[in-house]
Design a protein around this ligand. Structure first.
Ligand SMILES: NC(=O)C1=CN([C@@H]2O[C@H](COP(=O)(O)OP(=O)(O)OC[C@H]3O[C@@H](n4cnc5c(N)ncnc54)[C@H](O)[C@@H]3O)[C@@H](O)[C@H]2O)[C@H](O)CC1
Ligand code: K
Length: 511
């Protein structure tokens, strides 16, 4: 699903009005009507107090229409006109006149000189002060209102976006944003819903299809996408009936060190469950018998060292290699990693300590091998850093938007795909950004990343392009975690459980 910027949304709005031969007011009426239908299902008792906060723009226009529908259906509504300017958008003005003529709700004006209303646990607040038009700090009294609301026990439904949220920047340290329980957003998801900087204000998100032009939507080029089931289905390649294990590639997992042998076993198991033809494992030899016990389907590559990975020749051509899981940061691991980066002639999935070693040696100019990623890591490899590893790779950022730009620059500089793991992971290739919609906090558990690496390596080996493997793998991994958590709760979820739900996860792609 495309994620659009404010200017693209405005273009889509006006195009849709022309295409459907409707006025902007009729579109607003449709959007507000659909939002009202959703709000109605959430109203819990006749005694609920509804407070609509309406700004003077089109977001406020939505709010005034919703207030009208609520009052029409007999709900008790207090409307606060948040008047930080004396002008009003024409559609807002039209809705205000209609609301006044209806004479069923209490309408009060709020300006910077007004006493601000109280909010109690009985209140349902509908926030329609600013939508996607916010382009500078909210006026001080509106911020005070937001802080007062956020400090109360009232419920809040935000229309389109929480007021105070920007689509293209994080809020300043002192800037208030309305905390939402529910966001009813129109037509397309908005990027900040998925970024940690806004995590404190984003509740449940419901995307309302308001019937904007599908033709225009498909024409608008968007480098930002939310990865949902329909996008994942497009990436998935069904298996041909006439096929054999050679059809699905040979993956190699290289990982483990003296005390971290389980990680590579987990990763290999995940790879084997990804649909791959064969999985070979290069790991410290003290782990060999454990691997065969846990995963008899895997094949072992001889390894000279008991405790560290080596650069032992494979003796066959690998279709994809996953490297780094549990290797540690010893000299032995560094030297083996350097050798693998140099000799691998297939794309790699690079994770964990391999990322730390790379990050460390990007800047150490005197070291020969890992001096820089450029020309060393095969192009189109997938790097899967968690936030700490990411910081080591790309440097620090002041907010999520700067982080995104740093990742894009890094991806362009080294021609690699960066899958930045987070609550909503971001998969970035050059200027293209894919935001994952699956996953849950139960997956913040040891081994979860190892499972992802195995899955991505398996998909790569099957012939998915690097970007498609990364995007599809990210989605499937999160979906398996969601399905597992549904059955067993987020708390008790382990990384092995995620693998057990790969099957159900793949089935969703075929449904
Ligand atoms: N996307 C859709 O399909 C539809 C969206 N609708 C709603 O319209 C708003 C966007 O409305 P817009 O009038 O463009 O912007 P806002 O209401 O968010 O803001 C009003 C106005 O205020 C000015 N402004 C911006 N920042 C500040 C500031 N800090 N202080 C003072 N003034 C400010 C700026 O000029 C804005 O234009 C969208 O979110 C939806 O809710 C339609 O109803 C239907 C279709
Ligand atoms: K709003």
């Amino acid at each position: 699903m495309k994620i659009l910027e404010a200017s693209q949304l405005a273009d889509l709005d006006s195009y849709s009005c022309k295409e459907q031969n409707i006025s902007s007011w009729e579109l607003m009426e449709r959007a507000a009507g659909l939002a009202y239908e959703e709000i109605k299902t959430r109203l819990n008792s006749a005694t609920q107090q509804i407070k609509v906060l309406a700004g003077p723009g089109n977001n406020g226009g939505d709010g005034l229409a919703i207030a009208y529908f609520l009052a029409q259906d007999g709900w008790d509504v207090d409307v606060f006109l948040v008047n930080f300017t004396s002008s009003r958008s024409p559609d807002n003005q039209k809705n205000l006149v209609r609301l006044k003529n209806q004479a069923k709700s209490n309408i009060r004006e709020l300006t910077e000189d007004s006493e601000l209303p109280e909010f109690t646990s009985e209140d349902l607040v509908i926030d329609a002060i600013f939508g996607v038009g916010l382009n500078r700090s909210m006026p001080e009294f509106v911020q005070k209102l937001a802080r007062k609301h956020n400090g109360s026990a009232s419920q809040c439904i935000c229309i389109d976006v929480p007021s105070g949220m920007y689509l293209d920047q994080s809020p300043g340290e002192d800037e208030a944003v309305f905390q939402s329980d529910l966001i009813l957003t129109f037509q397309t998801p908005k990027l900040p819903f998925y970024l940690p900087d806004y995590s404190g204000v984003v509740g449940e998100v419901k995307i309302i299809d308001i019937g904007l032009s599908q033709k225009r939507l498909s024409e608008i080029s968007s480098e930002l996408n939310l990865v949902d089931l329909s996008l994942a289905k497009k990436l998935y390649r069904p298996r041909p009936r006439f096929s054999h294990k050679g059809t699905y590639g040979h993956a190699v997992l290289i990982g483990g060190s003296e005390l971290m042998l389980g990680s590579v076993i987990l990763s290999s198991k995940s790879c084997m469950h990804s649909g791959v033809g064969k999985t070979s494992v290069l790991m410290p030899s003290r782990g060999h018998s454990a691997l065969i016990q846990h995963l008899p389907e895997a094949m072992l590559v001889e390894n000279a060292s008991e405790d560290f990975i080596s650069d032992q020749d494979l003796g066959f051509n690998a279709d994809a290699i996953g490297i780094g899981i549990g290797i540690g940061t010893s000299e032995a691991a560094l030297s083996a990693l350097g050798a693998w980066l140099e000799k691998a002639d297939c794309p790699l999935v690079i994770d964990a300590d391999a990322l730390n070693l790379i990050a460390e040696h990007i800047t150490l100019k005197d070291k020969k091998r890992l001096r820089t990623l450029d020309g060393q890591v095969p192009k189109k490899s997938i790097l899967t850093p968690h936030p700490g590893e990411l910081r080591r790779l790309v440097g620090s950022w002041k907010d999520d938007f700067e982080k995104l730009n740093l990742i894009k620059d890094f991806s362009k500089q080294f021609d690699v795909i960066v899958l930045a793991k987070d609550a909503y992971s971001l998969c970035v290739y050059q200027d293209q950004v894919f935001v994952n919609s699956t996953g849950n906090s139960g997956m913040a558990t040891a081994g979860s990343g190892d499972v992802l690496t195995g899955l991505l390596t398996g998909l790569l080996a099957q012939g998915y392009s690097s970007l498609n493997a990364a995007v599809l793998g990210m989605f499937l991994h999160g979906l398996a975690g969601d399905l597992a958590a549904e059955e067993m709760s987020e708390e008790s979820l382990t990384a092995s459980d995620i693998i057990r739900y790969f099957g159900d996860s793949f089935s969703k792609l075929k449904a």
